[in-house]
Design a protein around this ligand. Structure first.
Ligand code: UD1
Length: 369
């Protein structure tokens, strides 16, 4: 049996790794295609290395562009690869443009496609990822879900129950696998941080960083938080561009290497293991990422999500996540409360146990039979 895996952007890599490994362990021939949506070494190669992912068999080198241009480039370039490889199954993960683009091409070539992390819904169609999720799910033959409400979302959209498999969360497989290595990472020392003594921030959603008023408000709140505890902010390249475009570089310490008290210290995007270390030891994490809401739930670290909705409600119901929105006063208040309150008890969502990759491999082999 031959399975083709599509990986495009940073949040895909930690989901692809456990699935690829589990299928390889069952004698399946894996073909790994990197679309090149993310291409900076720190957004891509560093993750391949940390996660032990093999070199991609095919690299499409699509790079950045408008949504239409990027999606079209993936479609155009993956089509001949799919035609020559003729995989028995293609697996796409998550909700990035590469995911949707590849799934559409498979569907039109009448090649079976499976979606890992199916059924997540923010019900906010201003989010490009929501469009990618809905469309990918509609045309996938097999839908692997990470949480019970995802199945309900899919059934509501008319997807047949027999196509859905609740397998748990492969992102947590990667987290468990690399937890010990993260403990020996020198990231805290490198940035001059103390365990439980700092706040970790990530921001990259267009709704937060493209609008100067929203971004300015968030930075004001972060600066207030920094007066109480060091704030470390590994910055996504898109956010760096926006800080510069909006003339907001002065609100942060760009290019910092040690966290300075009283300032928001921006550092380069980190690799998987170093970031895991910073997340595990943070007093609180402030983010607009999807995956970080899940990882902090398992780590038991308070997570404040700077968005008005989440496609991962289980992290709020069972985990440490709180939806704070983007109002500066609310961010300030919730962040200071998190600094005072410390860790809150969290439960582990069902099947977030480090074995999702194995379940997916099992289901794929069963489906092929
Ligand atoms: C993409 C995903 C988003 C995911 C995020 C994680 C879509 C629609 N969005 O958003 O769901 O949460 O990845 O990072 O697929 N850039 C670089 N170097 C890189 C990659 C990007 O400099 O390696 C810059 C470019 O200026 C580019 C911008 O970041 O234009 C945005 O990149 P893009 O891949 O379009 O979207 P992300 O914001 O990264």
């Amino acid at each position: 049996m031959k399975v083709l895996h599509v990986a495009g952007a940073r949040p895909n890599f930690m989901k692809v790794a456990p699935v690829l490994r589990a299928l390889g362990g069952r004698g399946v021939a894996n073909v790994l295609v990197h679309t090149g949506q993310h291409y900076d070494p720190q957004m891509s190669a560093a993750f391949f290395e940390d996660l032990g992912l093999p070199e991609p068999d095919v690299h499409l080198e699509v790079g950045s562009g408008s949504h239409a241009a990027q999606t079209a480039r993936v479609m155009e370039r993956i089509e001949p690869v799919l035609e020559s490889e003729r995989p028995d199954l293609t697996i796409v993960v998550g909700d990035v443009n590469s995911t949707m683009a590849s799934a559409i091409v498979c569907a039109k070539l009448r090649l079976p496609v499976a979606h890992v992390e199916a059924g997540l819904r923010s019900f906010d169609r201003t989010m490009p990822e929501e469009i990618n999720r809905v469309l990918t799910d509609q045309i996938s033959d097999l839908l692997f879900t990470t949480s019970p409400e995802a199945e309900a979302n899919l059934l509501r959209e008319g997807i047949a129950a027999e196509r859905i498999r609740f397998v748990g969360n492969p992102m947590i497989d990667s987290l468990e696998r690399h937890a010990a290595r993260a403990r020996s990472s020198g990231a805290l020392e490198r940035f001059g941080l103390e365990e439980s003594g700092y706040v970790l921030v990530t921001l990259h959603r267009p709704s937060n960083v493209d609008d100067p008023t929203t971004l300015r408000g968030i930075l004001e709140a972060l600066n207030d938080v920094a007066r109480r505890a060091p704030v470390v902010f590994p910055v996504h390249p898109r956010t760096v561009r926006m800080l510069q475009a909006h003339g907001l570089e002065g609100s942060v310490r760009l290019g910092g290497d040690r966290a300075a008290p009283g300032a928001v210290t921006c550092v380069e995007p980190l690799g998987y293991v170093d970031f895991l270390r910073l997340m595990s030891c943070a007093r609180a994490v402030l983010t607009d990422s999807g995956g970080i809401q899940e990882e902090t739930t398992i780590l038991g670290v308070p997570c404040l999500t700077l968005r008005w909705n989440t496609e991962r409600p289980i992290t709020v119901e069972m985990g440490t996540n709180r939806l704070v929105g983007t109002d500066p006063e609310a961010i300030r208040k919730e962040a200071l409360a998190a600094l005072d309150g410390g860790r809150r008890p969290a439960r582990r969502p069902p099947l977030w146990d480090g074995k999702a990759g194995e379940r997916i491999a099992e289901a794929v082999v069963g489906w092929a039979r």
